[in-house]
Design a binder for this molecule. Sequence first.
Ligand SMILES: *Cc1c(COP(=O)(O)O)cnc(C)c1O
Length: 402
Amino acid sequence: MLDIKNIEFFEKVETPFWFYDMDLLRKTVKKVVSLAGQYGIDVHYAVKANEEKRILEYISSAGLGADCVSGNEVLHARSCGFPAEKIVFAGVGKTDREIAEAIKAGIGAFNCESLQEIFVVNAMAARLGTRARVAARINPEVDAHTHRYITTGTCENKFGISAHEFEALISLLGRCGNVDFTGLHFHVGSQITDVEEVYTLVCERVNPIVSYFEDKGVEVRNINLGGGLGISYEDPEGEPVADFETWFRTVSSKIIRRRNQSLHLEPGRSIVAQCGTLVSRVLFVKVGETKNFLVLDAGMNDMIRPALYGAYHRIENLSSKLRPNLPQSQVYDVVGPVCESSDVWGMGRLLPLSVRGDLIAICSAGAYGQSMSNRYNLRDLAPAVYSDDMHGARLRTEYFQD
Ligand SMILES: *Cc1c(COP(=O)(O)O)cnc(C)c1O
């Protein structure tokens, strides 16, 4: 992913920064577009995984739709080229302003997470003298075998409408004159690696739910199975493109489709994770009594995943690739500069012997990295640099030149 020429250039660039391998993004998106055609599946990219304009513009130009979770994401997706009808809007807490703006924009569907939300969307559409398309997000009560913070489809989660509310939902839809019901939406979690097992279970839960609604005379035109496909954080070089094949094959063989029912998926992480690298520098090497620390200039404000989820990211010393005749290695705790004990990139990592100034790559950082970054400790937001033209690269100031 990162060749020597990149690394030589990075040596001159101010860190930390996000490096995006646009060739890998294009390769990944092309794979998704081709499988989507083959299996007849509509794909909406989950914008929250990475909201960078250049990335969204490429994804929209490739023909994918957008899955948004805030009013600003809907507006941003529009400005990055996604047509309104290809935008869906999920989220448990949509504000009145967000709902009104999305109705006016004419989005493809609200994925509503409660009966009260459907009631409010209907009332707001009536007040605006128009109609809104609505899908119901259902909680299928499937355990996605993933981290509890990214499990969304069990009865203990805040997401979706549960089975005991189905009758009331159908009766509400009958009373809502300003909404067009489009179908059912499910999303059980993220970073799902037992793809066949989990999505088979999801489809086994979804099929009878769809039948239930159809039997009651509610036409389900669209079945949306959400996102969640996992990627390899352990071996990004070996598996640069996620296993979309297994995912698409599993859902399309296990879901029962009636008439012209359409099937939707909403991948976020699996599209952008591997194309992004957080490039950082060693500020200090601290030799402790029992441990050695590498203190980096990138911290949990740049990427909060390790601190928030205990997420694993591969760490590489890029500068050591420019001096291959130094084979020694050392075990380090790799940490950030932020004043929190959880600001740790990795404990006990075996790395080439590292020195102050070495470039360090935090791999598989394209998803939920830059989009979750913040300015804690009043730190600067790291800029993005794109492989196409290295646009955004800021050259480093040398403070210690003679
Ligand atoms: C976050 C989210 C996704 C994307 O999940 P990934 O694990 O990144 O693929 C899809 N759908 C909804 C409703 C989401 O909230």
